[in-house]
Design a protein around this ligand. Structure first.
Ligand code: PEP
Ligand code: MN
Length: 246
């Protein structure tokens, strides 16, 4: 499973250009987040204004994906895309969203919605039981773990030039204990294009007794130099082609 696209949705044309480039490569799920958690107050996403761009992504036969920060964000996306259009959509809970009531409520919003998948990223600090707990909260809400996908985005602070440190073994433990698919997010581990490419290689080579990651979620921007967020780590589509080769 590959989820690729820009960190943040910036404009209708940027989202649609990303979707077209994804489609040309057989990538079926396009990320372009409408809401962005930020360390300091700055651009925090185009928010509701971009839902219609995600609706247009579905017209290309693709599944749009966005982070949701709260129940209201989740409801709007689910109601318009899964409910209104009857199209698939993926919503994700980001690493900084560690309020378990919000996690559970987002699960409840997805409950019974066959067009909705919920991706859960790990929390920023390394703690196996907290990570398993997030999954439990969401599954308690949705009542159906077949909608859930997990994603390892590394732990803070990163060392050796990384933005966040991977812990492949812990990710495999969570995959084994939950029985859920585990993607890797090399973008937020790497932090720079060069390091992102290193992490992709490590993840491709990694497996324990034949078990490894089930895919990746990666930031790819039509013009990375001009990206509004996470500019240093977003790949161009050419770099994506060289590194990922579907
Ligand atoms: C993101 O995927 O753009 C993001 C904000 O990631 P994380 O929650 O892993 O920091
Ligand atoms: Mn990002």
């Amino acid at each position: 499973m590959i989820i690729a696209g820009p960190c943040a949705a910036e404009s209708r044309s940027q989202v649609l250009a990303s979707a077209i480039m994804a489609k040309e490569r057989g990538v079926e799920i396009v990320r372009a987040s409408l809401w962005k958690p930020r360390t300091r107050p700055e651009f925090d996403g185009v928010q509701e204004a971009g839902i219609s761009w995600l609706e247009e992504v579905t017209q290309l036969g693709l599944t749009p994906a966005t982070e949701v920060l709260n129940e209201s964000n989740a409801e709007q996306v689910v109601n318009r895309i899964a409910g209104g259009l009857g199209k698939d959509v993926l919503i994700w809970i980001g690493s900084r969203n560690q309020n378990h009531l919000i996690q559970r409520h987002i699960g409840e919003i997805a409950k019974g919605e066959r067009h909705v998948k919920v991706l859960i990223k790990n929390q920023p600090w390394p703690d196996l039981s907290h990570w398993l707990g997030i999954v439990d909260h969401v599954v308690n809400g949705s009542g159906d773990s077949s909608q859930i996908i997990l994603c390892h985005r590394g732990f803070s602070p990163g060392t050796n030039g990384l933005r966040n440190n991977p812990d492949f073994e812990m990710a495999m433990q969570v995959k084994a204990e939950t029985g859920l698919p585990m993607l890797i997010d090399p973008s937020h581990m790497g932090g720079t294009r060069e390091k992102v490419l290193d992490v992709i290689k490590q993840a491709q080579e990694f497996n324990i007794n034949g078990v490894g990651f089930d895919g990746l979620m990666i930031e790819v921007h039509p013009n990375p130099e001009e990206a509004w967020t996470d500019k240093l780590q977003q790949l161009s589509w050419d770099q994506f082609d060289q590194a990922v080769r579907i």
